[in-house]
Design a protein around this ligand. Structure first.
Ligand code: PXP
Length: 247
């Protein structure tokens, strides 16, 4: 790998805790700035349709405060497109979104939504945003992602992480192999490769060792771990594991 793998820190769940009390603490922007100081290469924030964690004013405050890139996660709705065009974040990661889900439960079906997605992302590309599509490691989805003009694909690592946590080593390895082979395929198609969802200290190394994976986006585990050790220590440890995996 020629480039150092980047770590994007997702601060959604700082906002989740804040929203349980309806006040202003803890402040997700403060977490983002701490993450920046601790060596995060980017901050990810998902403005969901139901605003269950990040809110519009958080995006505005993040855009104003950050000096590292913001990766704005959103569904492909016209409301979100308008917000993205207003703030022009460095990157936009398009994810599927269902109201009843607890978190993003799978990748986009780019194959069956190709022409709509193509029209949807064009204005975002035109204003200079890097557009990423959150997909399952599936060659057909990658071909479709390249065709719609995306710059990046982010692989959903949730299945790999779930198998790993359950000790289903054979299934975890199969999923990892799929991610690794699809990373090579995506790279050949000219797509930059990112990965994320469910990543922890225990499962990060095999994903971080895939040479084409240029960025990991990690949220829930890091924010949870920071309760015990502080965000700075949690980020440093994750960064160390990522670097060691690439040796
Ligand atoms: N990448 C994407 C596209 C996501 O939707 C999420 C979850 O919001 C993450 C990364 C981070 O996942 P986690 O919070 O499980 O680390």
């Amino acid at each position: 790998m020629t480039k150092r793998q980047r770590l994007g820190v997702n601060i959604d769940h700082v906002a989740t805790i804040r929203n349980t009390r309806g006040g202003i603490f803890p402040d997700p922007v403060r977490a983002a700035l701490l993450a920046e100081t601790a060596g995060a290469d980017g901050i990810t924030a998902h403005l969901r349709e139901d605003r269950r964690h990040i809110r519009d004013e958080d995006i505005e405050a993040l855009v104003a405060a950050l000096t590292i890139p913001l990766n704005f996660e959103m569904a492909s709705t016209s409301e979100m497109q308008e917000i993205a065009l207003k703030f022009c974040p460095h990157a936009i990661c398009i994810v599927p979104e269902k109201r009843e889900e607890r978190t993003t439960e799978g990748g986009l079906d780019v194959v069956n939504d190709q022409s709509r997605l193509s029209d949807f992302i064009k204005p975002l590309l035109d204003v200079g945003c890097r557009v990423s599509l959150f997909v399952e490691p599936d060659e057909r989805q990658l071909e479709a992602s390249a065709e719609v003009g995306a710059n990046v694909v982010e692989f959903h690592t949730g299945a790999y992480c779930d198998y790993h946590a359950k000790g289903s080593n054979k299934s975890a390895l199969e999923e990892l192999t799929r991610i690794s082979q699809c990373s090579t395929f995506a790279h050949k198609l000219g797509l930059e490769v990112h990965a994320g969802h469910g990543i922890t200290f225990e499962n990060v190394s095999p994903i971080a060792s895939i040479p084409e994976v240029l960025e990991l986006n990690i949220g829930h585990f890091l924010i949870g771990e920071s309760i015990f050790t502080g965000l700075d220590t949690a980020i440093h440890k994750m960064r160390r594991l990522m670097l060691d995996a690439q040796l």
